[in-house]
Design a protein around this ligand. Structure first.
Ligand code: SAM
Length: 240
């Protein structure tokens, strides 16, 4: 069982998000448990303040370190004096400055027993969180979101569908985009002719080996066209 703990100032954002499709089924089957926690729970002042002005001047507000440290310590049962988490625990700060979220990283997280996701807001999060509290700083892409919540959603979704049993069939995730270094092959369903656009003949042939070869070629072609960087990386890794 993998447990996600999401730390956010907008827990309501997640109220219904995990009630659909694969994630709903994975929760019902006890493969994953997902909780969204209000960061204000770990404030101690009357106004439940989670942010403050930046030292050195500048625009906007910064999420304060104290409630975030206390939230993570309570949720992971880690003493403030500990320098490491117990095995299988990852504490992630979602940030455009993080390393890029990939299928490989999703696979790493899927092997954990607890993943804590810290959602930033405003101008970001006090740097001491990234320096001394988290195990990973993760970005979902080279653009800036208003908050970490959509990024947390992306991570929970990509990781949950990799949990054994989540997709119904153990092999379903094996041929998906990125799992084998390439994009997925093209899929077609009924009708065989839609507005003059015909499904490739080979798919009706019943020759499984030929179909597999055709799919591999199309996957390669599409990867070349849309994501040449994936092929270059695969070639570099081959050389190494
Ligand atoms: N000032 C920050 C910067 O330029 O790097 C941007 C802060 S952003 C407006 C607020 C929060 O949204 C961040 O703290 C982070 O949690 C989240 N966020 C924004 N873009 C993200 C991305 N690409 N991946 C993951 N989280 C992101």
């Amino acid at each position: 069982m993998l447990r996600f703990d999401i730390i956010t100032i907008f827990p309501e954002f997640f109220r219904e998000t995990f009630d659909y499709g694969i994630i709903r089924r994975a929760r019902a089957a006890g493969l994953v448990e997902i909780s969204a926690h209000d960061l204000r729970r770990w404030t101690r002042d009357k106004h439940r303040q989670v942010d403050d002005r930046p030292f050195g001047g500048g625009d906007g507000m910064i999420l304060k370190p104290e409630p975030i440290f206390e939230a993570v310590e309570e949720l992971t049962k880690r003493e403030p004096s500990d320098t490491n988490y117990t095995q299988g625990v990852r504490v992630v700060l979602l940030s455009p400055q993080g390393r890029q979220f990939t299928q490989a990283l999703a696979e790493e997280l899927a092997a954990c027993r607890q993943v804590v996701l810290i959602c930033g807001r405003y101008e970001g999060v006090d740097e001491r969180v990234s320096e001394a509290l988290v195990t990973d700083e993760i970005s979902i892409g080279d653009y800036v979101l208003s908050g970490g919540e959509p990024a947390a959603l992306v991570v929970v979704d990509a990781v949950t569908r990799l949990l054994p049993g989540a997709l119904g069939s153990e092999t379903s995730a094996v041929h998906e985009s990125f799992s084998e270094g390439l994009l997925d092959y093209p899929h077609y369903t009924r009708p065989p002719d839609f507005r003059g656009m015909k499904v490739p003949e080979i798919l009706f042939s019943g020759h499984h080996a030929e179909i597999a070869r055709w799919r591999a070629e199309r996957a390669l072609e599409k990867t070349k066209r849309n994501r040449p960087d994936l092929l270059e990386r695969a070639q570099r890794e081959d050389k190494d």
